[in-house]
Design a protein around this ligand. Structure first.
Ligand code: NAG
Ligand code: NAG
Ligand code: NAG
Ligand code: NAG
Ligand code: NAG
Ligand code: NAG
Ligand code: NAG
Ligand code: NAG
Ligand code: NAG
Ligand code: NAG
Ligand code: NAG
Length: 413
């Protein structure tokens, strides 16, 4: 297996935008490689790098990951501090069950220099072409910050269809900035399409802060996790934004998937099929081609390793799913039974003592014969727990006696 990674220049021309004098590149390009179903990663593989958990199919080193595409490096960024990287991008967190990870995405900027009457641009791009990664359309928003700002996002889908969008943010003075709200006064946001694999930022040269540099010298733009982001006025009037995560890096949500096939096709080749645990299911990716694995209902763990999905013991959960019934754990499920001497709906915790027709009860029945009394001795009938009924059930004449079929049946878990 040969790994070839070569630097390619951006092929997307940006007539709209001034090209930057300082372009820094985030580069991600993997040579196409067939996914190789590796055995369970052995115990020498790292499961954590710094504070970040690294679940398989991710791993540090190709012998610990599901092929080259999930291979991370764990670098010491300063003495005693380790961080995981996918090529040169820092991985902030990995979500196995949602098929996501969070990167720290560097912020692009355009800053006006009063001394020289020119603008310093720093623009970043990321290329996920031929990788299992794509920007999450549901979680991310392209976000521009500034008071004389027109920022463009340039992208492409897998099929190389180019995509361009952007947003504009204007404000005349500090007072007109709407804090806490990214609504076009100091901050603007726009959505991105599904399956976005390439991303680049550029700025329009005619929106360059030259008229407002006294309170705002820079414009910023980045694709970021919209849930994480909270706009603050100080991002415009100070350099605070560029200090986030040492050097102006913000979380962006990346969706990942296994391969580029549907579940149906992937299951045909068990050698390369990734959902190898017992009691695991295949789930189609919701953003682009490929699939994900998940543990079946009632199981939890890692579906990508053999026997990774373990039965959940529902009876140990708080609160107990059977309430005061007797809980029995089953593979992928549980059952509830009423204790001996009681009957009812154990799943709903409504076990009531079995009834015996005593003389006292009979006397009550005789006494209230004219009142429309109803005595029910059927084993399976349960009443809601809150009503503390006596052993004999009285019902008002407006409610006719219920037939058995009107009683709720068992709760299906
Ligand atoms: C899927 O990936 C394989 C290699 O991993 C590649 O050969 C094939 O062309 C890809 N298919 C599509 C439809 O992209
Ligand atoms: C993959 O892992 C190897 C170690 O097995 C490492 O040397 C290499 O840099 C990694 N490649 C990437 C692209 O992270
Ligand atoms: C991966 O495993 C193979 C076979 O066990 C071994 O030859 C190779 O050196 C290992 N590579 C790394 C980077 O550990
Ligand atoms: C996997 O299962 C968990 C728990 O049932 C669920 O929250 C999650 O959304 C599932 N993931 C996918 C990709 O369906
Ligand atoms: C701005 O102009 C000065 C002086 O001409 C020059 O040294 C500097 O490199 C320029 N900066 C940019 C970003 O063009
Ligand atoms: C998309 O463009 C890149 C570079 O421009 C090229 O390497 C790649 O093969 C293209 N992909 C498709 C599916 O056309
Ligand atoms: C800044 O933008 C103005 C128009 O808003 C333009 O006239 C000027 O040339 C631009 N300056 C630079 C350095 O790009
Ligand atoms: C199944 O996958 C393995 C590993 O990727 C590959 O070597 C093999 O050719 C595939 N078999 C078929 C029938 O596609
Ligand atoms: C799990 O799978 C293995 C084979 O991979 C099988 O031997 C075992 O019986 C399975 N366990 C369960 C609980 O199904
Ligand atoms: C359990 O009780 C809830 C409300 O307490 C009710 O909605 C539900 O239908 C009951 N389920 C069964 C199976 O009795
Ligand atoms: C769990 O048990 C309940 C009640 O016996 C049943 O209705 C349900 O289908 C079972 N669920 C699974 C996943 O087996």
């Amino acid at each position: 297996m040969r790994i070839v990674s070569e630097l390619v220049a951006s092929t997307i021309s940006t007539e709209l935008a001034a090209m930057s004098s300082a372009i820094a590149l985030v580069f991600l390009l993997f040579q196409l490689l067939l996914a190789v179903a590796s055995a369970v990663p052995d115990s020498s593989c790292l499961t954590k790098c710094g504070d970040v958990d690294i679940p398989y199919p991710f791993g540090v080193g190709i012998n610990c990951s599901w092929g080259i595409r999930f291979n991370l490096t764990c670098d010491e960024v300063e003495t005693g501090v380790k961080k995981p990287f996918l090529f040169n991008v820092e991985v902030h967190s990995i979500s196995l069950l949602m098929g996501q990870l969070r990167f720290l995405n560097p912020i692009s900027s355009a800053c006006y220099n009063t001394n020289y009457n020119n603008v310093t641009y720093t623009s970043w791009w990321i290329n996920f072409e031929d990788t299992p990664y794509r920007f999450s359309d549901l979680h991310n928003k392209f976000t521009a910050i500034g008071c004389d700002t027109l920022a463009y996002i340039i992208g492409s889908h897998e099929s190389n269809i180019s995509y361009q969008s952007g947003c504009v943010s204007m404000c005349e003075d500090e007072e007109s900035i709407v804090s806490d709200s990214c609504s076009g006064m100091g901050c603007c946001q726009t959505s991105i399409p599904k399956n976005l694999k390439f991303y680049e930022v550029s700025f329009d040269e005619y929106f360059n802060n030259s008229a407002i540099w006294r309170f705002s010298r820079c414009s910023y733009a980045v694709l970021l996790d919209a849930e994480w982001f909270e706009f603050q006025t100080s991002y415009i009037t100070t350099t605070q934004l560029m200090q986030i995560n040492s050097g102006g890096r913000v979380p962006v949500v990346i969706d990942w998937a296994i391969g580029n096939e549907t579940c149906e096709v992937a299951k045909l080749n068990l050698t390369s099929y990734a959902c190898i645990s017992n009691s695991s299911d295949c789930v189609e990716s919701s953003n682009g081609p490929g699939y994900l694995c998940n543990c079946s209902k009632g199981y939890q763990g890692n579906p990508y390793v053999s026997d990774g999905c373990q039965d959940i013991n529902e009876c140990n959960l708080q609160p107990n799913p059977c309430s005061d019934g007797i809980c029995q754990n089953l593979p992928g499920n549980y059952s509830c039974d009423c204790p001996e001497g009681k009957h009812g709906d154990a799943y709903n915790g409504t076990c009531i003592p079995n009834q015996k027709l005593s003389l006292a009860v009979k006397a009550v029945i005789d006494d209230c014969a004219t009142l429309c009394c109803f005595l029910d001795t059927h084993e399976n009938i349960a009443e809601p727990k809150e009503k503390q009924y006596p052993e004999v059930l009285f019902m008002s004449s407006k409610d006719p006696p219920r037939s058995l079929s009107q009683y709720p049946t068992r709760l299906s878990a």
